[in-house]
Design a protein around this ligand. Structure first.
Ligand code: GLC
Ligand code: GLC
Length: 665
C-alpha cells in the first residue's frame, strides 16, 4: 500500500474514533436502537469509501475531519427524516442488494407532460406500462426549471420543487408510492454538473454574496478561458459555442467569465469547493426521502476541470461520484445511481467502478457503446465493428449492470474508436461521416429519416437526431405504397435492435413512443423555446389513439408493442438473462452476425444471434460452444424472428435481418 494511502486510512480511522461515541449516543436518541445500530454498521462498512475520497479531493487545504463529520451528520439527519415506508424499502434492498439485476427488470423513460400531462395523472397510466413489463420508470427532468429555454428541464432553478406545469412535490411523492405499490421504481434526473443561472446559488454569485462566489468557476478576463478552450470540446458548437459566458455582478463585484459547458444559462458547479459537494449531498438525500430510488447522474464526466485536458472523465470526477455514492448508501441504502457518461468505450467502464483500486461508484450506466454499435451495424449490414469494439471492453464489476438502450432523448454521437475502426478496415472519421450522412438520409439508398445535430463546420463533426422508428426506416416505408416489403424490412430492423438490448445482459430501457413506432415530430419548430434544438424531433407527445391500436396484432403499433411484450416475457423467464455477469461477445465467423453468449450455472448457455444483413447467413454453432459440429440435437429456441432454429451439421441459419435466442440446456 502506498504511504499516502496508508496515511489516509489512519486518518479515516482516527476521525471515526473521535466521532464515534458521541455519534452512537446521538443516533440512538434520534433513531431508536435498531435503526442506530444499522446506521453504525453502515458507517463501519462505508467509512473508507467516504473518508478517503474526501482526503484525496480536499486535503490538506481543507479540514477533512470536520468535513467528514459534517457530511456524516447530514446523512444522520436524512435517516431521521426518512419516511417509514422508505426505511422498509431500504431493509428489503439490503437483504436483496442486487435487485436491479433481476431478469424481470425493464425500464421506460418518458416526459411527464408528453406522456400523461401531469404527475397527478401518472398513477392512472401505469397499467399501460405494466403491459410492457416495466419495473423502472425514468421520468425526464421534472424539478423546477428556469422559465423559457431550459434544455428540456436540464437547467434546474430549484431542486426542491417540481415544475409547476407538472404538479407539486406531493404529487411526485404520490407517484412514487403508486409505482412502489406495483413493484416499479422511480428514477429521476439529478443534474449535478450545473444549475440554471436563476438558481439561488447562482443568484448569490450574481449578487456578489461571499458564500456563493466559489460555487461556480469564473475568471476575470479571457486568459484562462482561452487556455482551457484550447483542449476542450464544445458540446453545442452550433448554437452555444465556447464554454464560458460573461456575466456582470452586482454590489461592486467584478463579474467574470463563468464556466458554461452546455448552454449559457447552465452554470457549471465548482466541486473543488467542498461546500458545493455538501449542498449537492443534501439535495440528493432530500430527494431520496421523497421516494426517488434511482438517480440518473447527469453529465457526470464534466464535473472536474483540469487545464490542458478535455475536462472530461478526470479522476476527481470519479472520486466525487464515489463519495456521494457512499454517503447516500449510509443514509438511504436502497438508492442506486445510474451514470450518464456518453464517452468513448475506454472511458465508460470506470463509471461502474472498474478502477485499478476498486471503489463502488454507480450501480448502473448507459451502455452508450452498444447503442452506437447497433446503429452502425444496421447502416452497414455488418457487425464486425460492433464485435470488435464490444469484445475489447473491460469487464464490469459483478454488482453493476449496464442499462441497454436503442434511443433516448439525446442525439446519437458516433463514439467509434479509430483503432477499432482500423482493425476492421474502416477509417474512423470516414465512418462517422458516413453514419451522419446515412442517418440524415443524405446517403443514396438510406432508409433512415433523421437530422444532423450540432454540425461543427470547423471540424466536420455532427451527431444525429431522429426517432427509432424513423431511423429504422418505418417513416420512409409508410410513404412507399409501391414497396410493401419496405415496411417489413423496417420492422425487422426495429425488432433486431431491441432483441439485442433485451438480451445483452443489462436493464433494457425503452424510450417512450418507441413501443408504438412513433415517428419524428416536427411540432417543436413552432415553439420558440424549442425550435433551436432539433433533439425535440424525437421527443414526441404520446399518441394515445395509436396506443389503442396496440391490441390489433396486424397494426403497426400492435406489431412493435407485441414484440416488446414477447421480449420482456421471454427475458423474465430466462435465468441467463439476469443482468449480473458479463455477456461474452463472440466472433461468429461471419461479419454480418452479432453473436453473444451468457452462462448461468442453473440454466445452461444462452446464445443470441442477430443478423444485420438482408440475406440469410449460416454460422457454425461450435463457435458458441453450443454443441459439437455434426450434432443436430435440438437446441431450445427461446424466441426468434422466423420460427425454430434451422440447424444442419452443427451450422445454424440466421435469417436476413432476423435473430435467434437459443438455449443449450
Ligand atoms: C445530459 C442530458 C442532455 C443535456 C445535458 C446537459 O447530457 O442528457 O439532454 O443537454 O446533459 O444537462
Ligand atoms: C451531453 C451528453 C451527450 C449529448 C449532449 C447534448 O454531453 O453526454 O451525449 O450529446 O449532452 O445532447
Amino acid at each position: 500500500m502506498a504511504v499516502s494511502e496508508a496515511g489516509r486510512r489512519q486518518r479515516a480511522i482516527a476521525a471515526h474514533r473521535r466521532l464515534r461515541t458521541d455519534l452512537t449516543l446521538e443516533a440512538q436518541a434520534r433513531l431508536g436502537r435498531p435503526e442506530a445500530v444499522a446506521f453504525e454498521a453502515r458507517l463501519d462498512k462505508h467509512l473508507l469509501d467516504i473518508y478517503e475520497p474526501l482526503d484525496e479531493l480536499y486535503g490538506p487545504d481543507h479540514d477533512v475531519p470536520a468535513l467528514f463529520e459534517r457530511l456524516v451528520r447530514s446523512a444522520l439527519d436524512a435517516v431521521e427524516q426518512r419516511p417509514i415506508e422508505l426505511r422498509e424499502l431500504d431493509r428489503r434492498r439490503e437483504i436483496d442488494p442486487n435487485w436491479y439485476q433481476r431478469a424481470r427488470n425493464v425500464g421506460y423513460v418518458c416526459y411527464v407532460d408528453r406522456y400523461c400531462e401531469s404527475l397527478a395523472a401518472l398513477p392512472d397510466h401505469l397499467d399501460y406500462l405494466a403491459e410492457l413489463g416495466v419495473t423502472y420508470l425514468h421520468l425526464m427532468p421534472l424539478l423546477r426549471p428556469r422559465p423559457g429555454e431550459n434544455d428540456g428541464g436540464y437547467a434546474v432553478m430549484d431542486y426542491r420543487s417540481v415544475d409547476p406545469r407538472l404538479g407539486t412535490m406531493d404529487d411526485l411523492e404520490a407517484a412514487g408510492r403508486a409505482l412502489r405499490e406495483r413493484g416499479m421504481s422511480l428514477c429521476i434526473d439529478l443534474v449535478l454538473n450545473h444549475t440554471a443561472k436563476e438558481h439561488s446559488w447562482a443568484e448569490g454569485w450574481l449578487a456578489g454574496d461571499p458564500d456563493y462566489v466559489d460555487f461556480f468557476t469564473a475568471f476575470p478576463d479571457r486568459t484562462m478561458p482561452d487556455a482551457y478552450e484550447r483542449t476542450i470540446m464544445e458540446v453545442f458548437p452550433d448554437r452555444a459555442p465556447g464554454s464560458f459566458t460573461w456575466f456582470e455582478q452586482a454590489n461592486g463585484g467584478a463579474g467574470g467569465w463563468v464556466w458554461t459547458t452546455f448552454w449559457s444559462y447552465q452554470w457549471d458547479l465548482n466541486y473543488a469547493n467542498p461546500n458545493v459537494l455538501a449542498a449537492m449531498l443534501e439535495t440528493i438525500l432530500w430527494l431520496a426521502n421523497r421516494g426517488v430510488e434511482i438517480f440518473r447522474m447527469d453529465a457526470v464526466p464534466f464535473m472536474w476541470k483540469r487545464l490542458g485536458t478535455s475536462c472530461m472523465n478526470q479522476p476527481e470526477a470519479h472520486t466525487l461520484i464515489q463519495v456521494l455514492h457512499a454517503l447516500v448508501k449510509l443514509a438511504a441504502p436502497g438508492v442506486v445511481f445510474k451514470a450518464e457518461a456518453i464517452v468513448a468505450p475506454d472511458e465508460l467502464v470506470p463509471y461502474l467502478g472498474g478502477h485499478d483500486r476498486y471503489r463502488p461508484e454507480c450501480e448502473l450506466a448507459y451502455h452508450n457503446q452498444l447503442m452506437v454499435m447497433l446503429w452502425s451495424s444496421l447502416a452497414t449490414g455488418d457487425a464486425r465493428l460492433a464485435t470488435r469494439s464490444l469484445r475489447r471492453m473491460r469487464p464490469i464489476p459483478a454488482d453493476t449492470s449496464w442499462v441497454t438502450y436503442v434511443r433516448c432523448h439525446d442525439d446519437i454521437g458516433w463514439a467509434v474508436d479509430d483503432g477499432d475502426a482500423a482493425a476492421v478496415g474502416f477509417n474512423g472519421s470516414d465512418h462517422r461521416r458516413f453514419l451522419n450522412n446515412f442517418y440524415a438520409g443524405r446517403y443514396s439508398g438510406s432508409f433512415a429519416k433523421g437530422a444532423l445535430f450540432q454540425e461543427n463546420p470547423a471540424t466536420g463533426d455532427a451527431r444525429i437526431s431522429g426517432s427509432t422508428a424513423s431511423l429504422c426506416g418505418i417513416d420512409q416505408a409508410l410513404t412507399r405504397a409501391d414497396d410493401p416489403a419496405a415496411l417489413e424490412r423496417a420492422l425487422r430492423r426495429f425488432v433486431l435492435l431491441h432483441v439485442v438490448i433485451y438480451a445483452f445482459g443489462g436493464v433494457p430501457l425503452l424510450y417512450m413512443g418507441d413501443e408504438l413506432a412513433l415517428r419524428n415530430d416536427t411540432a417543436y419548430l413552432d415553439d420558440p423555446a424549442l425550435s433551436d434544438d432539433n433533439r425535440w424531433l424525437h421527443r414526441p407527445r404520446m399518441d394515445w389513439s395509436a396506443a389503442e391500436r396496440r391490441s390489433n396484432p396486424n397494426s403497426l403499433e400492435g406489431r412493435t408493442f407485441g414484440w416488446l411484450q414477447r421480449l420482456a416475457e421471454t427475458r423474465k423467464a430466462t435465468l441467463a438473462l439476469r443482468t449480473g455477469g458479463e455477456s461474452e461477445v463472440i466472433d461468429s465467423g461471419d461479419g454480418r452476425v452479432l453473436a453473444w453468449r451468457r452462462r448461468h450455472p442453473r440454466s445452461g448457455t444462452f446464445a443470441g444471434l442477430a443478423n444485420f444483413a438482408a440475406e440469410d447467413v449460416w454460422v457454425d454453432g461450435a463457435r458458441f460452444g453450443l454443441h459439437a459440429a455434426g450434432d443436430d440435437r435440438p437446441l431450445e429456441t427461446l424466441l426468434s424472428s422466423d420460427g425454430p432454429a434451422q440447424i444442419s451439421n452443427g451450422w445454424v441459419r440466421v435469417p436476413g435481418l432476423g435473430f435467434l435466442w437459443l438455449l443449450d440446456p
